[in-house]
Design a protein around this ligand. Structure first.
Ligand code: NAD
Length: 469
């Protein structure tokens, strides 16, 4: 069942934001979010929302980005359900004190880290996976016992509106608040004192977020993007590699922070590789993806125009067709773009794949290392030595060997960037830990109060301490 949604009110009062955040802070101080039963119950309620409202949520994702029901379920609704299931399964273990060894000098004693919630947290999401990017951090926030303000992206307006309608119906309204809006509302939110800010989006706004956080000495996690390289060795399983590259590149019409941005291949392998890509594109989306229910559209006209501009003067080896009215750009392959062109200077974040021919596959490593550290890096090869070389000689937030984006499907693998692609990690236990302070505790016995550390000091005491420490 798909329900209709009301648009975001443009005059949503920013004046209410401060008092609303104060209410959340009071709820946190009451201690109820620390209760494990509350956390479990809220996570179950969130799961119930995702199951009961699946149709409404998928309709909103289709409206915002043209996502098919399968894609919307796998990468958003189902992704968060799986995250909740994993969290519920392991929460008992995660909340427990984590014992660490106690050295001789501090015996008799025990030492451990006690996870405690950070407090009132802010989650700011981006538009490309508008549901998953706010709800997955929310799962971690609740699991760790925090209150949270959720600020979905205003560019994915329908999903934002649906979340603002549904979350209050399912979750504890004193502890979880959805604030809709854009720059004005986020600016007002950032003036408030939060105990932690979890931001997903571009690097420009990340600087604004970090600057605002610095005012209150608030810790941040920044989930950013960048240009993700993909190396395809001629010694690979070309058929499977092409399927996986096409799947990971053109899901959500290339508007994925971890999709391949450009592919490095040896000059002599380019034609064979491009032919393999074309075959898979047509197999997955037909010869006319504009008519395929499984192919998405560009989020808005600004991004549509940005992407069309990227194609100016490029050698388009496949695709390149677009339709402004439906914000459609077909799967497009560009070969040999100039390094100074926009397509190689900016994150593409759309359905254009750039192919960079290199003389020798080892040159791919040099090419990658001349650029900012990416969020994701991919290598397709049968050569274990080359795989090892890439892993050892490059840096990236996450690496996929012989597949694209599948590391996202493993809740046991922390996800996050490095350098300009981000700070901090989440998913599974790493998300729980990011939204927690791991309080260090040492408990000492009253027995054996050996006076070596107490004054008056003498050489004898010092000599023994030198041996013990
Ligand atoms: P966006 O425009 O949706 O902005 C992100 C958030 O910042 C939104 O909630 C928006 O309201 C807020 N915002 C925008 N301008 C602001 C301002 N001046 N002050 C305060 N808040 C403001 O998303 P975007 O920035 O276009 O996102 C795309 C980028 O995000 C890409 O670089 C992509 O790679 C990256 N991304 C990263 C991840 C990840 O998990 N690492 C996931 C998705 C997207």
């Amino acid at each position: 069942m798909h329900s209709t949604v009301t648009p975001i009110s443009s005059d949503q009062s920013t004046l209410e934001i401060g008092p609303q955040v104060d209410n959340l802070r009071n709820a946190f101080c009451s201690g109820r979010t620390k209760n494990k039963t509350w956390r479990i119950q809220q996570l179950q309620q969130l799961k119930r929302m995702l199951i009961e409202q699946e149709g409404t949520l998928l309709a909103a994702l289709k409206s915002d980005l043209g996502k098919s029901d399968q894609e919307g379920w796998v990468s958003e609704v189902g992704f968060v359900i799986s995250d909740i299931n994993h969290t519920l399964k392991h929460l008992n273990k995660w909340v427990k004190p984590r014992k660490v060894p106690t050295p001789l000098v501090t015996q008799l004693g025990t030492s451990y880290q006690l996870p405690e919630p950070l407090g009132t947290t802010l989650i700011i999401g981006a538009w490309n996976y508008p549901l998953m990017l706010v709800l997955s951090p929310l799962v971690a926030a609740i699991a760790a016992g925090n209150c949270a303000v959720v600020k979905p992206s205003e560019l994915s307006e329908q999903t934002s509106t649906v979340l603002a309608e549904l979350i209050p119906q399912y979750l504890d309204n004193d502890c979880v608040l959805v604030v809709q809006g854009g720059v004005a509302e986020t600016t007002e939110l950032l003036k408030q004192k939060f105990d932690y800010i979890f931001y997903t989006g571009g690097a420009g706004v990340a600087k604004i977020v970090m600057h605002a956080a610095a005012e209150h000495l608030t810790p941040v996690t920044l989930e950013l993007g960048g240009k993700n390289p993909c190396i395809v060795d001629s010694n690979t399983n070309l058929d499977v590699s092409a399927s996986r590259i096409v799947w990971s590149k053109w899901m959500n019409a290339g508007q994925t922070c971890v999709c391949p941005d450009y592919v490095l291949v040896e000059k002599t392998f380019v034609d064979k590789f491009v032919t393999a890509l074309k075959e898979k594109i047509e197999l997955f989306y037909s010869k006319n993806p504009a008519n395929s229910d499984d192919y998405g559209h560009i989020v808005n006209s600004r991004h549509f125009e940005r992407l069309v501009e990227y194609l100016e003067g490029q050698h388009v080896a496949y695709g390149g067709d677009s339709n402004a009215a439906s914000q459609y750009i077909g799967p497009t392959v560009v070969v040999g773009p100039d390094e100074q062109s926009l397509i190689m200077q900016e994150e593409i974040f759309g359905p254009i794949l750039a192919i960079i021919p290199v003389d020798n596959i080892d040159d791919a490593i040099t090419f990658i290392n001349k650029r900012p550290k990416p969020l994701a890096l991919y290598v397709y090869t049968n050569d274990k030595g080359f795989e090892q070389k890439v892993l050892e000689q490059t840096s990236a937030g996450n690496v996929g060997v012989n597949d694209g984006m599948m590391f996202m499907a493993n809740s046991n693998l922390p996800f996050g960037g490095v350098g300009s692609s981000g700070i901090g990690q989440y998913h599974g236990k790493s998300g729980f830990d990011s939204f927690s302070h791991l309080k260090s505790v040492m408990k000492r016995s009253f027995l054996f109060d050996i006076p070596l550390r107490y004054p008056p000091f003498n050489r004898f005491k010092l000599n023994i301490l030198k041996k013990l420490l």
